[in-house]
Design a protein around this ligand. Structure first.
Ligand code: CTP
Length: 223
């Protein structure tokens, strides 16, 4: 890691993985996020000397070394862990947070009854962690999010940047297929004034690039 990325004394929050939203004691709503990208980002910040709080949903990959990991299940728990980890110099929201949760969680396992051929679940919106951090009084100086888009990638990413009050949105063009669990990624770094195509990178290279970008933005803000 180049000297310019020396982040000793800086605290960085990273969210990673999916969230899991219970329906009843044995069932949940989730998604296929592997946590690979978020965990690689946490490891890269640690390698650059930062103190890292990684807030991870349920994943099958190991905790990165040298990182403080808070394990959570739901979006609400992820939000509370992120708020509890403040203050931070930077936050990178890489988690694939479930947008919806069950309006009520059944206390007992939901049983099917003879003749039932439909089930209606009522879902309500989950809190948006990136948006909450972006509008918090303790907003980290540098705030980074992700976006998955199939079309109008830069326009949609910039819309998210503005709505969530982030400094950088890393847009994944998912038009060509799935990225969850994949080793490679193709990011376009969208800020208020620029859209920089980083090309195809593996997730470790992408993480190092993100650390460099965040370190650069920190220097602009602090020095
Ligand atoms: N995010 C979050 N909390 C949520 C939802 C999203 O922190 N409840 C963060 C993600 O970690 C990511 C960014 O916000 O950094 C993604 O924003 P979102 O609007 O969910 O983008 P998409 O997943 O691309 O959603 P959409 O299908 O609405 O385009």
């Amino acid at each position: 890691m180049p000297h310019s990325n020396n982040l000793a004394g800086r605290h960085v929050i990273v969210t990673s993985g999916p969230t899991r939203e219970p329906i009843d004691p044995v069932r949940y709503i989730s998604n296929r996020s592997s946590g690979k990208q978020g965990h690689a980002i946490a490891a890269a910040f640690a390698a650059a000397g930062a103190r890292v709080t990684l807030i991870s949903g349920p994943v099958e990959i190991p905790d990165p070394a040298g990182v403080h990991v808070v394990h959570v299940e739901t979006a609400e728990e992820m939000l509370q862990a992120a708020l509890a980890a403040l203050p931070a110099d930077a936050a990178v929201c890489a988690a694939a947070v479930a947008d919806w949760k069950a309006k009520s969680i059944a206390t007992h396992k939901m049983k099917k009854r003879e003749g039932d051929d439909e089930l209606t679940l009522t879902l309500v919106r989950n809190p948006d962690i990136l948006h909450t951090l972006g509008h918090s009084a303790a907003r980290p100086a540098v705030l980074v999010g992700f976006a998955a888009e199939t079309n109008d990638v830069v326009d949609y990413a910039r819309g998210k940047l503005q709505k969530k009050n982030a400094d950088l949105i890393l847009a994944n063009n998912v038009g060509g297929g799935a990225i969850f669990g994949a080793a490679d990624t193709h990011l376009i770094a969208v800020s208020e004034t620029a859209a920089d195509d980083w090309g195809a990178l593996d997730k470790t290279q992408a993480a190092e690039r993100i650390v460099s970008a965040v370190a650069g933005m920190m220097r602009l803000r602090v020095s």
